[in-house]
Every structure is written in structure tokens, then in C-alpha cells.
Design a protein around this ligand. Structure first.
Ligand SMILES: [Zn+2]
Length: 106
């Protein structure tokens, strides 16, 4: 169980559960994980593998006394993730325009 006085950094404790790089199975080191966004109980964390240099983004949510996490492999660097997080989501019109562009040109 996580100590209450450590709650601000408790997302770091969640790394124990994420544990290993999904690409090369290298154990993640805590110092390679960086927080790039936080909203209420949700923490968005970027990790670069020390062995294969692949990038991983995880959302770690504190729920009561526990935590939940979901993650994905990405080609985004920490700086890319930090910037793209701030951008507006795609609209339906933009997605349709993009689809039509590819249908016409490829
Ligand atoms: Zn790796």
C-alpha cells in the first residue's frame, strides 16, 4: 500500500507494476520516467527504455487506496508528448478530410 504522505510521487511507485519494456523486456529504471501531465488523480508518464531506447507512455490513475494503469508504445519523445498533450483533439471534419485526401492521392 502507498503511504499517504508520498501520494504526490506515488505514480513513481506504479512503475513497479509497469516493470519491463514491452519491446526488449529490460527492467525500467525509475530515473528514466518523467511526468508530463497531471489531471486530478491521473498522471501521464513518459518512459524511455535504457536498453533499446523505445518510448512508452502510461496513464496512471490513483483510485482510492489503489492504482490503475494503461500504456502504449510510442515514437514520441518526452518533449513531443509534452507538446502534443496540449493540442486540441482532431475534429470529425479533419478526420474525414484526411481520409478523402488519402483516397484521392494514394
Ligand atoms: Zn527496451
Amino acid at each position: 500500500m502507498l503511504a499517504k504522505n508520498n501520494r504526490g510521487e506515488s505514480w513513481l511507485e506504479a512503475l513497479k507494476f509497469i516493470g519491463h519494456c514491452p519491446i526488449c523486456d529490460q527492467h525500467y529504471e525509475k530515473n528514466r520516467a518523467k511526468l508530463f501531465a497531471k489531471h486530478d488523480a491521473a498522471n501521464l508518464v513518459h518512459i524511455t527504455c535504457g536498453k533499446c531506447a523505445s518510448n512508452f507512455i502510461a496513464m496512471i490513475v490513483m483510485v482510492g487506496q489503489g492504482l490503475s494503469s494503461v500504456g502504449m508504445v510510442t515514437d514520441l519523445s518526452f518533449d513531443d508528448a509534452k507538446e502534443l498533450y496540449k493540442t486540441a483533439p482532431l475534429t470529425v471534419d479533419e478526420i474525414i478530410n484526411g481520409s478523402q485526401f488519402f483516397q484521392k492521392n494514394y
